[in-house]
Structure formats: C-alpha cells, structure tokens
Design a protein around this ligand. Structure first.
Ligand SMILES: [Zn+2]
Length: 232
C-alpha cells in the first residue's frame, strides 16, 4: 500500500514538475533570441559576472574598440563587487539580470523564483541607477513562475543566437571563427566574463579583440541587447 501510495505520489510529483519546469520551455519563443534582421547590427552579451579582474579586462577591451555591450550580472556576485557594477554602468554599458544565485530555475519553486528576480533587480537598480529591463535565465532553464515574475518586474527574457563556447572549452581562435561564421544581422552573442567553463574569461579576453575586428570587417556594427530589441 505504502509503496503504491509512494509510487502514485511520485507520479504526481513528476507530472507537476513537467508542468512547472519542462512544459514552460514551449514558451521560450516568447524569450528574445535575436534582434531584427535589418540594420546589420549585433549585440555582445557577457554572463555570470561581475568579476573584479576579468570584467575590468573586458571593459578595457570594449573601451579600446569603442563597443557598447550588455552584461547579465549575477546578484550575489554583484553584491560582492559593487565597484565592478558601477564601472560597467559608468562606461555606458547595459546591465541585465542573470538571477541572484545562478541556480537553475528548474530547481526553484515560485517563491524562490520571485526572490531570485526581485532581489537582483533591486540591487542592480541601486548600484547602476536604473533597474534592469532584461533577464537571462541561468543555463537557459525556465519555469512557469518566471514568466509571471518577469511581467511583474517589467523585465524581458533574453536568450542568445550565437554561443561560441557552450559546455566544453573552446580555444580563442575557434570561438572567433565560430562567431564570424554564424554572424547575422540582429545576432545576440553569448560570452562569459566570469564562471563558464574553466578558464572561460581568459579565453574570452584573448578572443574578444579579434571577434570585434572580424565582425566590423564583415560590416557589422554593435548595439546593446536592449537597443537591438527596441527596434524589433
Ligand atoms: Zn550563466
């Protein structure tokens, strides 16, 4: 009896989880993956920071190449490195939210999901002067509560259309070639100035100048993700 009851309970739990975490992936077309095909502009986006050292290096490279970009910051990292957040905002880049703790939303119930989004919004708003209008879910995992929470907090869900380094490390030159081969008008490129696979920020800093030069040589200009999506 108990086993049957447990089996039944597990079945209900699994069904509830599918409805809460898995089925909402059918809604991810509501999340932006790219901007409009017109205009020949691309957006560089940086996840998982801020990192006091690597984010500063990325900011230097972007300044040297006169590129504005978007940084999707993790709340608890931002709380530990407020100066980095101010430096990003001060340099005129866009700041988006990447949750508070970078936990997959598949593991977060509705209350935790609300907290991950609200707490990060308030901290980044205080540090950067304006609350983030964009949210990128960690690992690209969504749940049913996320869409309602983003509506409450006036944030838009953003994925990406080009990811030169996924779960496996890729050398800098491979990343550059990947981005240039797949570049398209309205592309949103997903990069990591912190965390990612081991050594990702160092490979990014090696790849970034050639990536920017190559995209410019191919006729692309740069916009923030927000600028790209505003004209869609
Ligand atoms: Zn991430």
């Amino acid at each position: 009896m108990i086993g049957q009851a447990l089996g039944w309970g597990t079945g209900v739990g699994a069904a509830a989880w599918v409805g809460y975490a898995w089925l909402p992936h059918l809604l991810t077309p509501l999340c932006a993956r790219r901007g409009p095909r017109t205009g020949r502009r691309v957006a560089l986006s940086f996840d998982d920071g801020p990192d006091p050292d690597w984010t500063a290096r990325v900011l230097e490279i972007l300044a040297k190449h006169d590129v504005s970009a978007t940084f999707f910051l993790v709340g608890e990292r931002a709380a530990r490195a407020p100066a980095s957040v101010r430096a990003i905002a001060g340099a005129g880049h866009e700041i988006g939210s990447h949750s508070w703790s970078h936990t997959s939303l598949w593991l977060c119930g509705p209350r935790r999901t609300e907290r991950e989004i609200a707490q990060t919004k308030h901290l980044l708003g205080d540090l950067a002067g304006a609350p983030p209008a964009l949210f990128r879910p960690p690992w690209g995992m969504v749940n049913a509560a996320m869409f309602a929470a983003l509506r409450r907090h006036a944030q838009r869900c953003v994925f990406w259309s080009i990811q030169p380094e996924g779960l496996r490390p890729a050398p800098a030159e491979v990343q550059v070639a990947h981005v240039l081969r797949r570049a398209h008008a309205g592309a949103i490129v997903d990069l990591h100035d912190a965390e990612g696979t081991p050594g990702a920020p160092a490979r990014l800093c090696e790849a970034l100048p050639a990536m920017i030069d190559g995209l410019r040589a191919a006729g692309y200009g740069f916009a923030t993700v927000g600028e790209l999506l505003a004209v869609s």
